[in-house]
Design a binder for this molecule. Structure first.
Ligand SMILES: [Zn+2]
Length: 265
């Protein structure tokens, strides 16, 4: 079994009633949370998943919409998990880990040992590709993408039993996206903006992409299925325009998932 369950596809400040971009990648033995924004506890509860099911937490980068929920997720483990429970493995770049430690210290009085002492860490280089064998079945390849100097983004490519699931996180165009997504069964791509409605953003802006860029990358990388994510609140009620924009440059299946959308592979 390989599933991707969408918890939200909003940008930093999502549309009304929607939430930040976050996903669960599930197999028979693992449940990987990809990004952990401020509403993560509500997002998990909305799809009926207990934080205790999470085996790994992967962070694309350290901006608030991707990591502000982490202290509360850790608080759940400290208070509600059975004493012998195995805490999730946390996977992030060096700078992201720095922010996670500062967040936990600022909120819980410096008690980083109590909350962070029991997690296993996988620390990745912020600006180079890397490969990590998360489990015997799951290999993670990361690629540095093109977001912000302060918050470098690491795109994730999970290879699981011949299937490939790729997640860009936040990025403007870079050739590394093609390496990340090569022949992927699913690509979840930053589509913050819409080139049709905002042609001035066509080349990507503020470290983000358009639906058109996502579609062109998906086509160039030979991707089988594309999900547009991190959609700006600017396009509330006009998501169809982003979808049609993507369909013009990509012939595969493309969608803007809502919270609770489940893809099986
Ligand atoms: Zn973001």
């Amino acid at each position: 079994m390989i599933e991707v369950l969408f918890l939200g596809v909003g940008a930093a400040l999502p549309m009304s009633g929607q939430t930040n971009s976050s996903y669960l990648l599930r197999t028979d033995k693992a449940c990987i949370l990809i990004d952990c924004g401020p509403a993560i506890m509500q997002q998990l509860s909305a799809v009926g998943v207990s934080p205790g099911e999470i085996t790994h937490v992967y962070f694309t980068h350290r901006h608030g919409d991707h990591c502000l929920g982490f202290p509360m997720l850790m608080l759940w483990w400290a208070i509600s998990a059975p004493p012998a429970a195995t805490y999730p493995v946390v996977i992030a770049g060096e700078l992201t880990f720095k922010s996670l430690e500062q967040l936990v210290a600022a909120i819980f009085g410096g008690d980083t040992e109590g909350l962070l002492g029991r997690i296993e860490r996988v620390t990745l280089p912020d600006r180079q590709p890397s490969v990590v064998h998360l489990t015997p079945e799951i290999t993670l390849h990361t690629q540095p993408l093109n977001h912000a100097e302060f918050a470098p983004d690491l795109g994730a490519r999970f290879e699981i039993g011949g299937k490939v699931l790729a997640f860009t996180g936040d990025t403007s165009p870079t050739d590394n996206i093609l390496v990340l997504a090569r022949d992927a069964d699913l690509l979840v791509h930053d589509s913050t903006y819409c080139a049709t409605l905002n042609p001035e953003f066509s080349a990507g802006i503020y470290g983000h992409s358009t639906a058109q860029i996502s579609a062109r990358n998906a086509t160039a990388a030979g991707v089988r299925r594309l999900a547009l994510a991190h959609i700006d609140a600017l396009y509330e009620g006009r998501q169809q325009v982003l979808l049609e924009e993507a369909q013009r440059d990509y012939r595969g299946q493309v969608s803007i998932p809502v919270a609770g959308t489940l893809f099986s592979f």
